[in-house]
Write a protein that binds this ligand. Structure first.
Ligand SMILES: [Zn+2]
Length: 295
């Protein structure tokens, strides 16, 4: 009898200890997983996906703040861009409530990334093209707007099937002279008149010819994701229209600062140009170099 009581008591203590241990483990895991950032290590010019199980309104990486949005799935999501010009290193991403209260913090490693240089041969009258202040303002207004409705879904679709002639991030030279600019989009090989398709659903914001960009369509996909398509020979949508993934928005051309027909397109995440090849799987054209048609 005595023995039975003793074993009952020790079992009780053991169970209590176990319960405390499990509770402590659960508490630490759940707080660590309330907000996540994927991937945890990233090259320059790519996008970090943010997700919270608690109502986070914004997230901050160094001086950059982006919004998170409540999803149909009941969680909060946002997109954090890492710019080409950001400094590599380990940084916290802080998640904040509507009133600015800190909710959670995760660590992000931005890896050192080497971008090659590329020379583009342009005819003098093409090289001399410049944007007007009105054009610059139109582009800034587009980049700076972040709309609440999410139209886009994973995965994005390729705008056309051509291989990549010039990747994102390369340092550009024009006729051998450094421009101080990097390639903020990608160039895909395509012949004149090839249909160009919307990579995701969204609202068309810009349909117009620009001096440098040529025939341009820009689409707001919502919640911080935007795309822009340049150098088109013909524009096939109206500003304000809602498009579905795969809709033909225009046709390949060589308008603006281009040395031949190709598609240059750009992904903006919360106003920052990021690598489209993180979003859409595309093959490289391989050894095509300065003779390829680019801008
Ligand atoms: Zn280009």
């Amino acid at each position: 009898m005595k023995c039975q009581i003793q074993s009952y008591r020790s079992w009780h203590i053991l169970a209590a200890l176990l319960a405390t241990l499990v509770a402590a483990m659960f508490a630490s895991t759940s707080s660590a997983q309330q907000c996540t950032a994927e991937p945890a290590s990233i090259p320059l010019g790519q996008t970090v996906r943010l997700r919270c199980e608690i109502p986070a309104a914004t997230a901050r990486l160094n001086g950059r703040t982006v919004r998170l949005f409540k999803q149909g799935s009941g969680d909060w999501r946002g997109l954090m861009p890492v710019a080409v010009a950001d400094a590599p290193g380990a940084y916290p991403i802080e998640f904040l409530a509507e009133d600015g209260t800190a909710l959670a913090s995760v660590s992000l490693t931005i890896r050192k990334t080497i971008f090659p240089s590329q020379n583009v041969v342009l005819a003098p009258q093409i090289e001399a093209l410049h944007s007007t202040p009105e054009e610059m303002q139109t582009l800034t207004t587009f980049r700076d707007s972040v709309s609440d409705v999410k139209y886009w879904e994973d995965p994005l679709v390729a705008p056309l099937p051509g291989c990549v002639i010039s990747p994102f991030g390369v340092k550009r030279l024009h006729n051998g002279k450094p421009t101080g600019e990097f390639h903020a989009g990608i160039d895909q090989r395509a012949s004149d008149g090839t249909p160009i398709r919307a990579v995701a659903a969204g609202i068309v914001k810009i349909v117009q010819p620009f001096n440098v960009l040529g025939g341009t369509v820009a689409i707001d996909h919502g919640q911080g994701l935007e795309t822009m398509y340049l150098h088109m020979s013909k524009l096939n949508v109206e500003a304000g229209a809602q498009v579905n993934p795969g809709d033909i928005i225009g046709y390949v051309g060589a308008t603006g600062r281009a040395n031949g027909p190709h598609l240059h397109w750009v992904v903006y995440v919360n106003g920052v140009p990021v690598n489209p090849q993180q979003w859409v799987a595309l093959k490289s054209c391989g050894s095509a170099k300065t003779k390829s048609q680019t801008k």
